[in-house]
Write a protein that binds this ligand. Structure first.
Ligand SMILES: [Zn+2]
Ligand SMILES: [Zn+2]
Length: 341
């Protein structure tokens, strides 16, 4: 997710060069440098992680040849003739697992307010310390409903649409490069569809009926990422993520990986902690704080449409970077005292 997002950040920066040229620090050049650094490290991490994981699995499990293809072939043979079941199994097991493992850990911190070495990275320092249990219970009910009922049915629909265009449970895995290209395309589709549908839900006539629910959390936590009115979850959360694989008729493995990345990424955007070496959640956290800024996922369209202009004048924007040290950003870039503003 990181690497794709930053590709887009770079694209934004270059397309808005005229407005950014005067900005100095925090402007165009700075964005390009930051984006290049994160894209570079993202690609290196992915390649190194992929290679070493394959190496370890081959060594310990004694697999030969193409490890991932062999693994897929075994699964494919087990499910032979039951492609729909295989698709449902993949997309409804791994992405929710990734979501709940990540959110399980975050919830431990949110509920207990401990350990301090994590809570010191909290973005809105005085909020959710600890989280209100009744508010959390209420959110969890909606989250589970959205995941099981709404996402569950949309995955079935996605499978039938994808089967018309491609062969989502085909015997051959896509190549690594094909998968990377597809992930870049999915991210682009998500940015466009999420940005415009999200802005639409901010229209006063729609906001009060649908999107207000998601914004009950002015200081979000991870699990709140899919706390939304079911219609909003369908149109603004699921559709932008599901559309890319449908358009390309992608393989179930790429689709499952993408759903996992999308869920973990939105969890990080909402988690409320700006932790070292993780993508910065400042952008969407600011959206929850101020409502009328930062509508997109990666910020590309916000830059183009000028819906991040207030954000770019804030401390949160200065902190919107990959944290590479252990010092929390609200300590290294503290808020300006009220009087001086
Ligand atoms: Zn949100
Ligand atoms: Zn919103």
């Amino acid at each position: 997710m990181t690497r794709v997002s930053d590709t887009r950040e770079a694209a934004t920066s270059s397309s808005s060069s005229s407005s950014s040229r005067q900005e100095g620090p925090g402007g165009l050049w700075d964005s390009v440098k930051k984006a290049t650094f994160v894209i570079g490290s993202g690609i290196l991490f992915l390649a190194a992680f992929g290679n070493s994981l394959t190496w370890h699995l081959q060594r310990f499990w004694g697999a030969s040849g193409d490890f991932w293809q062999d693994l897929w072939t075994k699964l494919y043979v087990k499910f032979e003739g039951h492609d729909a079941a295989l698709f449902y199994f993949g997309t409804m097991l791994f992405p929710p697992l990734a979501f709940w493992v990540t959110n399980g850990l975050l919830l431990l911190v949110d509920i207990t307010g401990k350990p301090a070495f994590i809570t010191r990275y909290r973005i809105q320092v005085d909020k959710n310390n600890p989280v209100d249990p009744a508010k959390l219970r209420n959110a969890l009910k909606t989250v589970i409903f959205n995941q099981v009922v709404i996402s569950g049915s949309m995955v079935v629909a996605a499978y039938y649409l994808m089967s018309m265009i491609g062969n989502p449970c085909g015997p051959e895995l896509p190549t690594f490069h094909r998968a990377l290209m597809e992930l870049a395309f999915f991210s682009l589709t998500e940015e466009i569809m999420f940005y415009y549908s999200h802005r639409l839900f901010h229209h006063p006539s729609l906001y009060k009926h649908f999107h207000k629910q998601h914004h009950e959390w002015t200081a979000p936590i991870g699990v709140v990422s899919i706390y939304a009115h079911p219609l909003e979850h369908m149109i603004s959360n699921m559709l932008p993520v599901a559309m890319g694989p449908v358009l390309l008729g992608s393989h179930v493995t790429t689709t499952t990986l993408w759903y996992c990345l999308a869920l973990v990424s939105t969890t990080i955007s909402h988690c409320g902690y700006h932790l070292p070496l993780l993508p910065s959640p400042e952008f969407h956290d600011f959206h929850h704080l101020r409502f009328n800024q930062c509508f997109g996922v990666f910020g590309v369209l916000d830059r183009l449409h000028g819906t991040d202009t207030k954000f770019r004048g804030t401390k949160q924007y200065e902190r919107h970077t990959l944290l590479t040290s252990l010092t929390p950003l609200n300590e290294s870039i503290p808020d300006t005292p009220k009087k001086g503003q």
